[in-house]
Structures are given as structure tokens and as C-alpha cells.
Ligand binder design. Structure first.
Ligand SMILES: Cc1cc2nc3c(=O)[nH]c(=O)nc-3n(C[C@H](O)[C@H](O)[C@H](O)COP(=O)(O)OP(=O)(O)OC[C@H]3O[C@@H](n4cnc5c(N)ncnc54)[C@H](O)[C@@H]3O)c2cc1C
Length: 738
């Protein structure tokens, strides 16, 4: 059986990772339906999408007939129908988070805008899917599904409209200006409502037939906010607005619409009750968007990871061929054969890009799988909570808190304690465990994959030299770099994800699991030292120590450090966690490949080389992640203490030269130990002040020094990975046009 090796001359990577290897890593080797889906999405991505980009389709802001043809390609290839259940016209039963993530991955491999155009349709339907009434679900899901054989209709297309023109909804989704009023309410009939909503940057608006829009009550007969479904044919104004002059994602349609429409109250997403003559929507707009974004943000994160991985092959080809045709680059010469890859830095940078792409994909797919597992569990838990008396939001929250506390106690028990089995068998315990993980994995994927991914896309562009920033760049890398910034922005920019993480990562149940993950990494490291799991475990311990310290510390002025207003504390700590989570998922995926690869005939050939390379990438990424965590945590732990000055208080901690001189007689050499010595004339050493002490942070320093030595070997891994990249076989040409 092939295992991850640590010899000095290990097997090298032979080819780029195959589909079969990816199926194992991202855990869909047993899902034939998803494997078929990947193939059909790929044929659209590398066919019509790539041809449209290569033909200049991105050069216009308008929604053109050529772009519209992509929607038909999505319908015909089965992409559109993935979101629906079989009885609604779909073909995949059950949760679809992984399926949607795979679609996003394949489309974004070529063009992020095309991926967004496809996903925005799901985003429009998501409020209905998550919180809609049975009637709303039956109607809109079926109408949005592509027509079945013999049906003569066009599928409905949707847009999701939350963001409003400044100064209203942006990051702060509570500042709604869109209004809902009662236009007509006849005794015994459904009220007719008047909707006034202006949108800003709304995707799919160029062709949408329906819109799910967030609105607030503008009438005392309606309580609070909600989401409503608007249709193109509703009486009033359905103005799509002018197209947004975007610099990115030009294959999707974006604009600033204006709606002034009359709709029946049955279009309130999730329905309503009438209490004392007031319409009370069952779900506020916040309830709905929370359920929606929780899932859809994962797919956005997967998109940026796909772009990084898609950059590998074009960069290798460019580097190798760089000097071919020149007089000095004759076949057989280093210049001819290796081109730019004869230079270590070009290889090392590509190793970093590849490792980031792997970590991002592993994190994103892990998050998607977590939601697939969570979806049915959430429904089951909902029923169980109601059965136990959780009929109101407050009662349910109380019950959930109690179950979470129980789960945290169980997670902390030793691995061989028999009561731990309850964590797997009790659906409520399983639910709270997974829910607390998903609460972290989703914002982490969106934040790290897109934010750090955008930085690393710049690196990928830079490796192509001037070519990288031209339209001719193979793999459309320049577009992908710019597009990554949109992925970091829409569906809530980085601040939104950091804000959410700063709450969810402090959940005791998540932290109990995180502690168990540290042990898990150590156990992996003892069997597979080459993965960098030990380094990661040390960095995870450092992060946890820092969080606990910041939660219980004050700054030099006596103000609490870990609190929502102090984004300077909570946000960097959230960033640090993301590095750790991504690197952990990457290691787990490589272990999966090791465990299952040998028995898969499509993977076993060349597996040893692939595993060695993937483990080296893990080591590189773990080292980088640990460095980031160490840097961030050190700033937070020490940065809020005031540095001692050369003043009265500072002098108190210093030696006096006269004292040292008198001690020299009984303790010879003491003079050479004094760092902060005040001279007999009052002079002090030329520095900012007496050296700062580390009171209470000694353990942090021991983590730091341990971490530094834990980095042993990581650069050897990088060298090995670089060598592998310089020798790996790639196809003669890219499989989509430039
Ligand atoms: C091409 C495109 C497509 C889009 N598609 C849709 C769509 O289909 N539907 C839809 O509803 N919206 C859509 N959007 C809107 C998008 O979701 C918003 O642009 C995004 O959420 C950011 O809001 P904003 O632009 O108002 O930024 P702002 O809220 O003005 O934020 C500006 C900056 O300030 C920071 N910031 C803001 N508030 C805080 C805070 N409280 N704490 C810390 N930092 C903060 C932000 O992180 C950001 O860096 C789209 C946008 C684009 C560009």
C-alpha cells in the first residue's frame, strides 16, 4: 500500500492530480451522480464559457444574447436542475451543498462570472427553499426547473435583492429602506401589499422573471421585516435599471433595479399570521438571509480555490516554454527543458499558490459536506426540540444551549470513554456538534478562500510576467485575479465573515472540538510526520491559548480586549483561525487519499508520488499557517500592553549602576547581566525604554519557541515539492481556449 514517505529520495509526482484522486480527497468517490455532474459542468465550462471569454464576451457590461446562451447551456447540461428535488424537476435527491460546490468549482475553473450567473439563480430560490411555504416551494422550484421532455415553457430565472443604494443595506443588513405597505385588505381575502424596493448591484437582474426581495414594514398593519417574492408581471413597475459598470464577473448580469409593485400577501416568504388585525410574517428578513447565506457563502469560497488550482497548469507550461525558440535554448539544454523552472523562486512561489489552492478547496468542500450532513439533522432536531417544549425561539435557544453544554462535556471525555458514543447516536447531540462546526466553517471558507485567495491569485498572475496581465494569458489568470476581489466582497465582505467568526469561534462547544482536533493532529503527526501536522497542532494550541487569554484580559487602559466593538482584537484572531482550519482540512484530505487510493485502480498508479507531493504541500501550508498564527497572536498578546518608558515607573524595574558596582564584589560578573542599567549620571541605554516584561505570557513564549523548532523540515518539503513541479508531466496544451 502506498503511504506518505519521508525518505530523502521519495517517489515524485508523475501527473497533475486526476479526477479519481480528487473524488477520493473531496469524498465523492461513492457518488456516481456527482461524478457525472462534474463531467457535464466541465464540458460547459471548458466549452461555451471558455469560448465566450476567449471571444471577448467579458468586454461588455450588457446582458448580451451570447451571455444568455450560457443559461441554456446550464439548463441542458443539468446545472440548473441540481437545486431542485426530483419531484420538482431535479435529479439529485437530498442535500445539495456538495453538488453546488462542485458546480461552482468547475465553472470558476474557467470563469467566475459564469459560476455566479449559475449560482445567483440558486440564491434567488434559496429563501423559498429554506423558509418558503410548501406552496411557494412547489410553485417556484418547479417553474425554475428546466422544462421536461414535451413541456413547452421557459424556466423562470430569479434574482436575490437585499443590497440597496447607499446609505441603506450593505454590510449592515438591518438598514432596510425597502418598504411594504397594505394596499388593499378586503374582509376574508388575502391582503394586497404595495412593495417599494430599490436594489443595488443585483445579480441576474438583466433577465430575472422573479425576485426575492428584503423589505421592512412601512405600515402599522404589518409587523417587522420579511422577504417577498416579486414577479415580472405584477402590476406596477419592474424596472431592471442600468447595468452596473463592473470590472469583474462580466458574464453575469448585474444592475440597480427599482420595484414598485402590488403583490398578494401570500408572496411573503414563509407565510404570515394575522394577529389583532396585524400581518405578522413568520420569518423576518434576517431569519431568512441567515439560513440562506449560511450555505451559499461556501460555494463562493470554493470558486476562488478553483481559480488557484486552475492556475497551476498554465503557469507550469509558461515557465517551461519561456526560452524555447531562442538561440541559446537548444533542446536538451537546461534553458530549453526547464525554462524559468531552473530558477528556484519561480518554483517555490508556485508551490505556495498550489498549496493555498489545495487548502482552500479542502476547507470549502469540508464545509459543503458538513452542510449536507447538517441539513436533514437540522430538520430532525427542529422536531425534537419542539417535542421537548421548544416551541418559541427563546425556549428552543435554551434547550439548544443545554444540549450544547452536554455535548461539550462529552467531547472533553477521554477517547475511550463509552459515554462518548452518545455523540454519534443521539441526534440532538450530533446536531449541535455539527451546527457549531458549520457556524465556523462557512465564514472561514468565505473569508480565507476569497480574501487570501485573491492575494495568491496576484502571485499566480505575477508568475506569468507581462503575459499575466493581458487578455491573452492562458487560463484567463488576470480576470481571475480581479474576479477574486468580488468573491471576497459579495454575499457579505470580509468584515461580515470576521464578525460572525468572532462569535461562533468562541462557542464553548466549538472550542471543545477544536481541542480534540489538536490531539487529532498530534496523533496524525506521530504516524505521518511529513504532513506538518505537528507544527499545526502547536499553532492550534497557541491560538487557543491566545483566545482564552484575550477573553480574560484588559488593555493598558483597563478596557476589555475580547468584545464585539474591538474588531482590532477579534478580527485578526478570526483570520488566524482560518489559516489553521484550512491547513487541517488539507491534511485530512491527503490522509483520505492515502487510505483509499491504493484500492482504487484509477488512482493506485503513481499514488506514492502523488501522496509525497501532497504531503509536502501540507507541510508547506502548515508552516505558513503557523507563522501567520504566531505573528498575529504575538501582536495581540503583547500589543495591548504599554511599553515601559524611561520614567519613574520604568526606572523601578531597572538596575542602578551604583548598586551593581557594589554587588560586583560578592557576585563577580553581575555587571554583565544587567540589561536595563541606569548610569550614575542618570543615563540609560539607547533604546525605547526598559525591556517589556512578559508577565503571565510565559506560556505564549514557550509556544513560540516550540513553534519555531516545529518548523524543522518545512523548507525541505518545499524544495521537494518544487522539484516535483519541475518534473511533473502536463498535457501539451490547455483543454480550453485562451
Ligand atoms: C457584482 C456584484 C454583484 C452583487 N450581487 C448582489 C445580489 O445579487 N444581491 C444583493 O443583494 N447584493 C449583491 N451585491 C452587493 C454586495 O453583497 C455588497 O456590495 C456587499 O455586501 C458589500 O456592501 P457594500 O458594497 O454596501 O459595502 P459597504 O457596506 O459600504 O462596505 C465597505 C467597506 O467597509 C467595511 N465595513 C462595512 N461595515 C463594516 C462593519 N460594521 N465593520 C467593519 N467593516 C465594515 C466592509 O468590509 C468594506 O470593506 C453584489 C455586489 C457586486 C459588486
Amino acid at each position: 500500500m502506498a503511504t506518505i514517505a519521508t525518505p530523502t529520495k521519495p517517489d515524485l509526482l508523475q501527473t497533475l492530480p486526476s479526477d479519481a484522486a480528487r473524488q477520493i480527497q473531496w469524498r465523492f468517490a461513492d457518488r456516481y451522480d456527482l461524478q457525472m455532474l462534474v463531467q457535464s459542468v466541465r464540458s460547459v465550462a471548458r466549452g461555451p464559457v471558455a469560448r465566450l471569454v476567449a471571444g471577448g464576451g467579458r468586454n461588455s457590461h450588457d446582458w448580451t444574447p451570447a451571455k444568455a446562451e450560457l443559461l441554456e447551456a446550464f439548463d441542458q447540461s443539468g446545472i440548473t436542475a441540481v437545486f431542485m428535488e426530483p419531484e420538482q424537476g431535479g435529479y439529485i435527491a437530498g442535500p445539495k451543498n456538495l453538488a453546488l460546490a462542485l458546480i461552482a468549482f468547475e465553472l470558476a475553473w474557467v470563469d467566475g462570472g459564469a459560476a455566479t450567473a449559475s449560482l445567483a439563480g440558486c440564491l434567488a430560490l434559496a429563501p423559498i427553499h429554506e423558509r418558503g411555504t410548501a406552496e411557494q416551494q412547489a410553485k417556484y422550484m418547479q417553474l425554475a426547473a428546466p422544462p421536461q421532455a414535451g413541456e413547452d415553457r421557459k424556466p423562470l430565472r430569479g434574482a436575490f435583492c437585499l443590497t440597496e443604494p447607499i446609505p441603506y443595506v450593505g454590510v449592515d443588513t438591518g438598514m432596510l429602506n425597502g418598504k411594504l405597505r397594505v394596499a388593499e385588505w378586503k374582509e376574508g381575502e388575502d391582503p394586497i401589499l404595495q412593495v417599494e424596493k430599490r436594489g443595488r448591484f443585483i445579480t441576474n437582474i438583466g433577465f430575472a422573471n422573479f425576485v426575492t426581495a428584503a423589505v421592512d414594514s412601512g405600515d402599522e398593519r404589518i409587523k417587522g421585516s420579511c422577504m417577498v417574492i416579486l414577479e415580472e408581471g405584477d402590476p406596477g413597475t419592474f424596472d431592471r435599471g442600468t447595468p452596473t459598470r463592473k470590472l469583474v464577473h462580466q458574464l453575469s448580469s448585474t444592475g440597480d433595479p427599482v420595484f414598485s409593485l402590488r403583490i398578494p400577501a401570500s408572496r411573503i416568504v414563509g407565510g404570515y399570521d394575522v394577529k389583532d388585525g396585524v400581518i405578522v410574517p413568520r420569518y423576518s428578513h434576517s431569519d431568512v438571509i441567515e439560513a440562506v447565506f449560511r450555505r451559499t457563502r461556501v460555494t463562493v469560497g470554493v470558486m476562488t480555490a478553483a481559480k488557484l488550482l486552475s492556475a497551476v497548469e498554465p503557469v507550469i507550461r509558461y515557465q517551461r516554454g519561456r526560452f524555447r525558440g531562442g538561440e541559446t535554448a537548444t533542446p536538451g539544454s537546461v534553458r530549453y527543458e526547464l525554462g524559468l523552472q531552473a530558477r528556484q523562486d519561480t518554483l517555490h512561489r508556485l508551490v505556495d499558490i498550489w498549496a493555498t489552492g489545495e487548502a482552500g478547496a479542502s476547507l470549502g468542500f469540508a464545509a459543503a459536506r458538513a452542510f449536507d450532513e447538517l441539513d436533514p439533522l437540522e430538520r430532525e432536531a427542529g422536531k425534537l426540540f419542539v417535542a421537548q417544549g421548544g416551541t418559541t425561539a427563546r425556549a428552543r435557544a435554551k434547550l439548544q444551549r443545554e444540549v450544547s453544554e452536554r455535548a461539550a462535556t462529552l467531547v472533553a471525555l477521554p477517547a475511550n470513554d463509552p459515554t462518548r458514543a452518545l455523540l454519534q447516536s443521539d441526534p440532538l447531540l450530533r446536531f449541535v456538534l455539527l451546527d457549531s462546526q458549520a457556524d465556523v466553517l462557512c465564514p472561514a471558507t468565505k473569508l480565507w478562500n476569497t480574501g487570501w485567495g485573491a492575494q495568491m491569485m496576484r502571485e499566480a498572475v505575477s508568475l506569468m510576467g507581462g503575459y499575466g496581465i493581458t487578455e491573452d494569458c492562458p487560463g484567463f489568470l488576470g480576470n481571475k485575479w480581479m474576479d477574486a476581489q468580488l468573491e471576497a466582497t459579495y454575499e457579505g465582505p470580509e468584515a461580515v465573515q470576521r464578525r460572525q467568526l468572532s462569535i461562533t469561534m468562541a462557542n464553548p462547544l466549538f472550542l471543545a472540538q477544536f481541542k480534540a482536533w489538536i490531539n487529532e493532529m498530534r496523533a496524525i503527526a506521530s504516524e505521518r510526520p511529513a504532513t506538518g501536522a505537528c507544527t499545526l497542532a502547536t499553532a492550534m494550541g497557541m491560538w487557543l491559548w491566545t483566545l482564552e487569554r484575550l477573553q480574560h484580559s484588559k488593555d493598558a487602559d483597563g478596557d476589555r480586549l475580547y468584545q464585539s466593538a474591538r474588531q482590532g482584537v477579534t478580527f485578526p484572531l478570526a483570520d488566524a483561525l482560518c489559516w489553521l482550519l484550512a491547513a487541517r482540512c488539507q491534511i485530512l484530505d491527503v490522509l483520505e487519499l492515502e487510505q483509499r487510493g491504493a484500492s482504487d485502480p484509477a488512482v493506485s498508479e503513481g499514488l506514492a508520488g502523488l501522496l509525497n507531493f501532497m504531503a509536502d504541500l501540507c507541510h508547506v501550508q502548515s508552516a505558513r499557517a503557523s507563522g501567520e498564527v504566531s505573528r498575529i497572536c504575538a501582536e495581540l498578546v503583547f500589543g495591548y500592553n504599554r511599553h515601559p518608558a524611561w520614567d519613574e515607573a520604568g526606572y523601578r524595574g531597572c538596575f542602578q549602576q551604583a548598586d551593581l558596582d557594589s554587588l560586583e564584589g560578592i557576585m563577580p560578573g553581575i555587571n554583565s547581566y544587567g540589561l536595563d542599567v541606569i548610569g550614575n549620571d542618570g543615563s540609560h541605554p539607547p533604546k525605547a525604554g526598559p525591556c517589556a516584561k512578559c508577565q503571565g505570557a510565559e506560556q505564549f513564549l514557550s509556544f513560540q519557541s516550540k513553534l519555531a523548532t516545529c518548523l524543522t523540515g518545512c523548507r525541505l518539503s518545499k524544495d521537494r515539492a518544487a522539484e516535483a513541479i519541475s518534473k511533473v508531466m502536463i498535457p501539451e496544451a490547455l483543454d480550453y481556449p485562451a
